[in-house]
Design a protein around this ligand. Structure first.
Ligand SMILES: [Zn+2]
Length: 465
């Protein structure tokens, strides 16, 4: 088991995870008011892979990603769509599950919904009211920020630079503009509400996460994660609520940088591929995952067709490597489990050393670009000359970053599923003598990396070399 260190946003320091205790990871998930985009996929991928790596190193992990399915944005989007908000949120939650499922990284251990945690949320608010950290006003309940002296410790902001970003009308109900809502009274035009000791209404966003994290991981847990855009006010407010209520809460805060897009390009040609499902259709899941691990999680990451084309090229290079160097279906050498030496990679042999360096990079603040550099170094070395154990070592590395399927280059990957659908559509078009449509689909398949070969037995797909 390696010592794993992660940069803690709160202290600014690299902190070592405690191998003796469960590593509970809570990552803030999406607010389901639309299909998710690449920016929402980043924390899902980063924290899924961190959990996978820790588990592989022998840590006990529990990984939780919530779904915010009560929110102003959901009411607005449902109204625009002309649908009841609960139905709309349920449909977007389903779409989120489908889209993230296609990433092929498995599911978190728990995925709580705000709508299913109302009891816990109400209990936590009541505790804060009882202890003087919160007050009722006009059917709303607000957290009294100045009752929590260390408020601002995560984001290091001065009180005068803080804006809770709440709707204008709420200021008259607050004792102090710094205060933020834990509970919002039911308003005209909102088609859902829940009963509470303060009248019908709904929870605020921040209290949902405090309650869901505690419900799934207990009052103290190892890592709270999310995008760096959540540091203030969302995470600052989670700390205030939970700690004011006497919970130790998260021992370490881990934030991923934003995905950066070129506004001009996005409005023209690239807006659609920013949506995760579109990016998956167009580039395949491996390229999307390879793109997301190409940068260090804490840094911003530029997004556009250029970066995605690079990821496709990397993925193709790896797929081709395994067309030349076969491994058995589990990415292990045929005839047995890997030796301790192979797993630890302590050996003086180059594949073992690369594998060890790969794992060291992940253990060092989850440095995926440094880890991927080891993958490509080893691929290059093995391509220059026979290197026993190299394919197995590369396969093991790729498995840890969710790209293990590349070691089976010609088996039905996600791209393959989509490609099969398209092939069936092309067959229908040909049967209907719509050859223009058939050619369009062939071109689309070529974009996805597949060549159509027609033969007497019908058409089949071959990955493009
Ligand atoms: Zn949250």
């Amino acid at each position: 088991m390696r010592e794993v260190r992660i940069r803690d946003t709160l202290s600014g320091e690299l902190r070592t995870l405690d191998p003796g205790s469960e590593i509970g990871i809570y990552a803030c998930g999406p607010t389901v008011y639309s299909r998710i985009h690449i920016g929402n996929a980043r924390p899902f991928v980063v924290f899924s892979l961190l959990s996978r790596f820790l588990g592989d190193e022998g840590y006990r992990t529990r990984f939780v990603v919530n779904v915010t399915d009560i929110n102003d944005k959901i009411y607005d989007a449902a109204r625009t769509a002309g649908r009841p908000s609960a139905e709309f949120a349920a449909r977007m939650t389903e779409a989120y599950f489908e889209d993230t499922e296609r990433l092929g990284l498995g599911r978190p251990d728990a995925e709580p919904l705000a709508t299913e945690t109302i009891g816990e949320i109400l209990e936590l608010i009541a505790e804060l009211v009882d202890t003087g950290h919160a007050y009722e006003s006009g059917g709303d309940v607000y957290f009294k920020v100045r009752s929590f002296p260390s408020y601002g410790k995560l984001s290091n902001r001065r009180a005068e630079d803080m804006d809770q970003g709440e709707e204008a009308g709420s200021d008259s109900l607050k004792q102090d503009p710094l205060d933020f809502a834990l509970w919002k009274a039911h308003k005209e035009g909102e088609d859902t509400s829940w009963d509470s000791p303060w009248g019908p209404g709904r929870p605020g966003w921040h209290i949902e996460c405090s309650a869901m994290a505690e419900a799934e991981l207990g009052p103290s847990f190892a890592i709270h994660g999310g995008g760096s855009d959540l540091v203030f006010p969302h995470h600052e407010n989670e700390i205030a609520q939970s700690e004011a209520a006497g919970r130790p809460f998260a021992r370490l805060w881990m934030h991923n940088g934003m995905i950066e897009t070129d506004a001009e390009k996005m409005s023209k040609s690239e807006g659609n591929i920013f949506q995760l499902s579109e990016a998956l259709d167009r580039y395949g899941r491996e390229a999307v995952v390879a793109y997301l691990v190409s940068g260090h999680y804490r840094q911003p990451l530029a997004f556009g067709s250029e970066q995605m084309d690079q990821a496709v090229a990397q993925v193709e290079r790896l797929r081709n490597f395994f067309r030349e160097h076969r491994v058995d279906s589990k990415g292990r050498p045929p005839g047995g489990s890997p030796s301790e030496q192979q797993r630890g990679g302590s050996a003086g042999d180059p594949p073992g050393a690369r594998l060890s360096a790969f794992r060291d990079a992940l253990a060092d603040d989850f440095n995926t670009p440094r880890a991927m550099a080891e993958v490509f170094e080893l691929v290059g070395e093995a391509n220059r000359g026979e290197l026993p154990g190299a394919p197995e070592a590369v396969a093991e590395m790729l498995e840890l970053v969710g790209l293990g399927s590349l070691a089976q280059p010609d088996e039905g990957a996600e791209t393959g599923e989509r490609a099969k659908e398209l092939l069936a559509e092309r067959e229908e078009a040909r049967a209907a003598k719509d050859f223009g449509r058939a050619d369009e689909i062939r071109d689309r398949l070529a974009e996805l990396g597949w060549e159509v070969r027609d033969s007497a037995d019908g058409a089949r797909l071959v990955p493009k070399a």
